[in-house]
Design a protein around this ligand. Structure first.
Ligand SMILES: [Fe+2]
Length: 208
């Protein structure tokens, strides 16, 4: 079965004004959809039908197939990203997540400042990540369609898309304003906390 475009886990206008329905119409309805279609075409071309998305990503990485790697990585990354977002006004980190943040960064505010800096300063297209690696939280960024799925030991907790297509409608070229608005208002900390179980990869995976 070909890979499909997952539905958004919220209404298209639920994140406004920080992320508009028009942005989601383009970002989910056109950009994410295009990655699904390109991945399906390349999977068929390379005889990888039937493999789960995570396996396609790892195979493409091992074989050095850049087109398939970036498109399948983008398919998974976006499927994970939408789940990292929720309407404004949700809870801040609590429990084990708050304890790990304090241990790693001193405070939630300090961690968020570092996450924002990583997102703003990432050169060109890519993604900022909060990951669990060897039992500790780390903030990193990866280029283009690269993804923790392809890196042994990286357990994804939270991501932010910093490709220009994520913010050009609402913020023009102002990536820092986009990053502030999303990080301060739209993070689904319940989802981030759920991913401490190490099963984050499976939450955006799908059967081929
Ligand atoms: Fe994107």
């Amino acid at each position: 079965m070909p890979f499909r475009l997952p539905d958004l886990p919220f209404a298209a206008d639920a994140l406004a004004p920080h992320m508009s329905a028009e942005t989601l119409e383009f970002h989910h309805g056109k950009h994410h959809k295009a990655y699904v279609e390109k991945t399906n075409a390349l999977v068929a071309e390379k005889g990888l039908e039937g493999a789960p998305l995570s396996a396609v990503i790892r195979t493409a990485a091992q074989r050095g197939e850049k087109g398939l790697f970036n498109n399948s990585g983008q398919l998974w990354n976006h499927s994970f990203f939408w789940q990292c977002l929720a309407p404004a006004g949700g809870p801040r980190p609590t429990g084990r997540l708050a304890a790990l943040i304090e241990e790693g960064f001193g405070s939630t505010d300090t961690m968020l400042e570092q996450f924002k800096a990583e997102a703003v300063n990432h050169f060109a297209s890519g993604w900022a990540w909060l990951i669990l690696d060897g039992g500790a939280l780390k903030i990193i960024s990866l280029h283009d369609g690269d993804t923790p799925v392809a890196h042994e030991g990286m357990q994804p907790l939270l991501t932010l898309d910093v490709w220009e297509h994520a913010y050009y409608i609402d913020y023009r070229n102002a990536r820092p304003r986009f990053v502030d608005a999303v990080v301060d208002n739209l993070i689904n900390w319940d989802f981030v906390a759920q991913n401490l179980d190490g099963n984050g990869v499976s939450r955006a995976d799908q059967q081929g």
